[in-house]
Design a protein around this ligand. Structure first.
Ligand SMILES: [Zn+2]
Length: 103
């Protein structure tokens, strides 16, 4: 998944009425049941009214590089939402493909 895909799927901006600011939310994935991921939108940061699109984009790329939310798999080199990581190093697809882990 490219960073653009990740942004499209796991990040969103929400206007924070009534002050006209912008809230940036990230979709955190948890697994309440095996095979049934659940996404929860959580607020990461809020920008004041009048924040430029450039500033918003900068915040978004900062969030993408934040290990609290996204990690780069050391086997396939792809950035993944943390909820899709098998452990701190590798993603679930690599665990399944390369290590015979069954989910
Ligand atoms: Zn991987």
């Amino acid at each position: 998944m490219t960073d653009q895909d990740l942004i499209a799927q796991f990040l969103r901006t929400v206007p924070s009425a009534p002050d006209g600011g912008t809230v940036i939310e990230v979709c955190e994935i948890s697994w309440p049941h095996p095979h049934e991921p659940e996404g929860t939108w959580v607020t990461v940061t809020e920008l004041p009214a009048g924040a430029s699109q450039e500033r918003i984009d900068r915040q978004i790329s900062k969030i993408l590089r934040n290990r609290k939310y996204f990690r780069v798999c050391q086997e396939c080199g792809e950035r993944q939402p943390r909820g899709w990581m098998h452990n701190a190093r590798i993603c679930q697809s690599c665990a399944e493909r390369n290590h015979g882990v069954v989910f």
